[in-house]
Ligand binder design. Structure first.
Ligand code: MN
Length: 487
């Protein structure tokens, strides 16, 4: 199972030389037990055992768990889930220990996953699992979601608690998936006013987006005073996305990361949506650079995916000029005022009584430290371009085995992708175009072990800046008490 866009992101991270500026870890995969901290046992057990060939006989269960259409069962599904979920849980553990200030898992961010149901190509909700882990050490967690879709799974999980504030900016209206997240949805019970939604219309620009994002985030920081931030960086909010409808440039997208980082809190960066793979890779590479405080050349370094970036070979994703912003100044102002008014009703910095802390999901021993990448960096020099077949995954001491020429690898991937597309491409689904770009079915256990630098199976943890003192020991809210929907 190789999410192609994550590999492309990682390739840019390598070739920009960012990989050497951070600590990289491969946490253990999440087990069923880890996932059941949020998800129901029957759903997790089903995910673990279901196979494609059982589709006919398991029809009713597949319907129950919504494992049809948008969320098909595919070869390697369990492995895929356990890898990306393990990455986010491991990232939370790193932030809890204070051994990273910013933890990144571009393979995570699957915000639509529900307690007992898949949704919008999200199966296991790694974000909820990561936040639950953070709540063991932090009193208040701020979750920010800049994906073009509403972060419904995360909001729903923490709808009735004040220990997590969720902020989602998303396209809303006209039946746009998942059709939730109107401004009036602000949480329930103890969680009332701790869910914040900014419903937006098509074509929003960098400037308009920031005119909302900055004052709202600043106000949340002021009234809520979170101890840690989880930022879901879904890149389907970028201009030109094939599912998204916004008109944000990669600079505008990265400005959100930069702004949140400026508050100096421990931060987790996660991926999410993104359906134009070259833009996904460029955006997340850029945001890795923002996390590290590194100014990146707009001219892309040579990589094995070079052909994808032709003819411009630029890092920046530009806005689409022909698109009109349907969010009027008046609309945005009203939205901002309404949200700020809601936030003024938030009890400042709710704190919780001290409890016995639940055991950590992982220890440092569960994370393999990756060797720094020792290959050459690959600047794009004066027209002399290297061919696209150079080897790039040479890190990890060279003993990994399975290193292939990039061209052969691409061919194999293209075949896998084509097979996958044949299988799912005909589905009448909202997110069908994501399949062929994002996911490649591959049940070859250990296949990607040959790529020690591949982020598809572990979080990348960037370290730098000032470390915050170890926070008080806390117990996460009980899922039964706090996280059920009360209507
Ligand atoms: Mn999305």
């Amino acid at each position: 199972m190789k999410p192609h866009r994550v590999r492309m992101t990682h390739s840019l991270v390598l070739h920009y030389g960012l990989y050497n500026q951070m600590d990289c870890f491969r946490p253990r995969r999440a087990e069923a037990e880890d996932m059941c901290k949020f998800h129901s046992e029957d759903y997790v057990a089903f995910l673990k055992t279901v196979t494609q060939d059982k589709e006919a006989e398991l029809r009713s269960e597949l319907e129950t768990y919504n494992l049809l259409e948008d969320c098909p069962v595919f070869d390697g599904l369990w492995r895929y889930c356990s890898i990306y979920a393990g990455g986010s849980i491991g990232a939370a553990v790193k932030l809890n220990y204070g051994t990273a200030d910013i933890a990144i898992n571009w393979a995570g961010g699957l915000h639509h996953g529900k307690k007992a149901e898949a949704s919008g190509f999200c199966y296991i909700n790694d974000i909820v699992l990561a936040i639950l882990e953070l709540l063991k050490y932090h009193q208040r967690v701020l979750y920010i979601d800049i994906d073009v879709h509403h972060g419904d799974g995360v909001e729903e999980a923490f709808l009735t608690t004040d220990r997590v504030m969720t902020l989602s900016l998303h396209k809303f209206g006209g039946g746009f998936f998942p059709s939730t997240g109107d401004i009036v949805n602000i949480g329930h019970g103890r969680g009332r006013h701790y869910a914040v939604n900014a419903p937006l219309k098509d074509g929003i620009t960098d400037e308009a987006y920031q005119s909302l994002f900055r004052p709202v985030v600043a106000k949340i920081m002021e009234v809520y005073r979170p101890e840690v931030v989880v930022l879901q960086c879904g890149s389907d909010s970028l201009a030109g996305d094939r599912l998204g409808v916004f008109n944000i440039s990669s600079n505008g997208h990265a400005a959100c990361v930069e702004y949140v980082k400026s508050f100096g809190l421990p931060m987790m960066l996660l991926g999410g949506g993104g359906y134009k793979i070259i833009n996904v890779a460029r955006c997340w590479a850029k945001e890795t650079g923002v996390a590290l405080g590194i100014d990146m050349e707009d001219s892309l370094p040579v990589s094995e995916y070079d052909d994808y970036y032709a003819p411009k070979y630029r890092l920046t994703v530009e806005p689409v000029e022909s698109l009109t912003d349907q969010n009027s100044k008046e609309y945005l102002e009203e939205l901002r005022n309404k949200i700020l008014q809601y936030l003024s009703q938030v009890t400042p910095a709710p704190s919780v009584a001290f409890h016995e802390r639940a055991p950590d999901a992982m220890s440092e021993d569960d994370m393999i430290t990756e060797q720094p990448y020792v290959g050459p960096s690959s600047p794009r020099g004066g027209g002399a371009r290297r061919g696209p077949t150079q080897r790039l995954w040479g890190g990890g001491g060279g003993g990994g085995g399975g290193l292939q020429g990039a061209a052969a690898e691409r061919d194999a991937e293209d075949q896998e992708g084509a097979a996958f597309e044949r299988q799912f491409g005909g589905n009448r689904v909202r997110m069908d175009i994501s399949y062929k770009d994002q996911y490649y079915a591959n049940d070859d256990e250990g296949h990607d072990q040959g790529h020690p630098a591949s982020p598809t199976h572990r979080g990348i943890h960037a370290q730098g800046g000032v470390r915050s003192p170890r926070p008080a020991i806390l117990r996460p809210p009980s899922m039964q008490e706090d996280n059920s929907l009360d209507g």
